[in-house]
Design a protein around this ligand. Structure first.
Ligand SMILES: Cc1ncc(COP(=O)(O)O)c(C=O)c1O
Length: 392
């Protein structure tokens, strides 16, 4: 086989291309009517009162951080097993970042360990400001536990939901905004639906929604209720500097067209995951992703653990050998606390979050995207097993 299989890729169809080209021929190509329509459709799908589309998921997290009022000295907690942006957004706002280890089954932030961390801060007379919980790989966090901690200790809760579009928690596809103050989405090409680059913020909080919408466009407002004066229809004011985090209308047309296919994409991802589950579950060298009873996984990623440590196999060597067969895995993630920036700034070190560190050593993200064929899945799983066989 001379195909190359990466861990993720977009699925673009003719109707997606027509939707984009229609907008390119229209009057609006930057933020216009399709942005508004995409926002409405995201709100409907995910059950939020408000939605704001933005340039990318990182911009979304940045705006959430500012709208939630994070500032210097605040403590924001996230999981070490996430993309850099889940932690960096707190840094952008001048806050301090701390981490809480993952639960070894769900790979999401462990609520018991979070409570220990909150109590440790309280014993030093410090209160945490917010938790950015990540529905890693597409498996929702333990949101009921997180919500009860939020109520008990009074902190803000953000769902970094970039992996979990279409996941279900207690049979509810609209769970994200029910538990979190703000929910962040990304439409990067490897995600469930794509706009090239793009993201969105969902919330039920009107104040938060207004704030992120103003900050998305330089902090400019024409809202009569807050203008200090009004020189005429051209007039705007800026009360706080914002950014240009807008997304174009042709990207939003792509998003609208892609959202129509989300349920189909989810079905295909779940089919692939169940194929891999069957292939790897009875082989002691692997650990397949666990799914909690009240969860329907969205499988943005299929995180397969291989016990490289016990098998005494070098992961790097395995990577190169598998790549020779056209299967190129990715690793999600290098624990964020071990990044030089976080080590130097906050003194994190190896051993701080053992579950995350062991997970990093074992995890490989194997190809999962809708256009994979069943013959591809046989090929990929066989390549993984036979490469391991040869290295043992
Ligand atoms: C968990 C998580 N948060 C945030 C982001 C940032 O999204 P974007 O790439 O759209 O900026 C990503 C994207 O990879 C992500 O996976």
């Amino acid at each position: 086989m001379n195909k190359i299989f990466y861990y993720g890729r977009q699925s673009i169809f003719d109707e997606d291309i027509s939707a984009v080209s229609d907008v390119l021929k229209s009057d609006f190509i930057t933020q216009g009517p399709n942005a508004q329509k995409f926002e409405n459709e995201l709100s409907n799908f995910f059950g939020s009162k408000y939605a704001t589309v933005v340039a990318n998921g990182t911009a979304g997290l940045h705006l959430i951080a500012l709208a939630l009022g994070w500032k210097e000295g605040d403590i924001v907690i996230t999981s070490p097993i996430t993309f850099l942006a889940s932690a960096n957004c707190a840094i952008y706002a001048g806050a301090n970042v701390d981490f809480v280890d993952i639960n070894e089954k769900s790979y999401t932030i462990d609520p018991n360990k979070l409570e220990d961390k909150v109590k440790t801060y309280l014993s030093k007379n410090k209160k945490i400001k917010a938790v950015v919980a990540v529905d890693y790989a597409g498996h929702p966090c333990d949101w009921k536990a997180l919500n009860s901690l939020k109520n008990k200790y009074d902190f803000q809760l953000v769902n970094d939901f970039c992996h979990a579009l279409g996941a279900e928690y207690d049979n509810d596809i609209q769970y994200a905004v029910k538990y979190a103050d703000a929910v962040n989405l990304s439409f990067h090409p490897v995600k469930h639906i794509t706009t090239g680059e793009g993201g969105a913020i969902l919330t039920n909080d009107e104040f938060l929604d207004k704030k992120v919408k103003i900050l998305r466009t330089h902090g400019m407002t024409k809202d009569e209720s807050i203008l200090e004066k009004n020189d005429g229809p051209w007039y705007y004011e800026m009360h706080e500097p914002g950014f240009n985090y807008r997304i174009t209308d042709f990207q939003c047309a792509l998003g609208i067209s892609q959202l129509k296919k989300l349920n189909k994409f989810l079905e295909q991802r779940r089919f692939i995951a169940s194929f891999y589950n069957r292939c790897f579950k009875d082989d002691k060298r692997f650990i397949i992703p666990h799914v909690a009873d009240n969860v329907k996984h969205a499988y943005h990623i299929y995180p397969l653990q291989i016990k490289f440590d016990e098998l005494q196999i070098d992961k790097k060597e395995f990577y190169y050998r598998l790549k020779e067969k056209g299967v190129v895995f990715q690793v999600h993630y290098i624990p964020v606390h071990l990044q030089p920036f976080y080590r130097k700034k906050f003194g994190f070190k190896e051993g701080d979050f053992p579950n995350a560190e062991l997970f990093y050593k074992r995890e490989i993200s194997i190809p999962i995207y809708p256009s994979l064929l069943e013959e591809d899945l046989f090929y990929i799983s066989d390549a993984i097993k036979s490469t391991l066989d040869k290295m043992q």
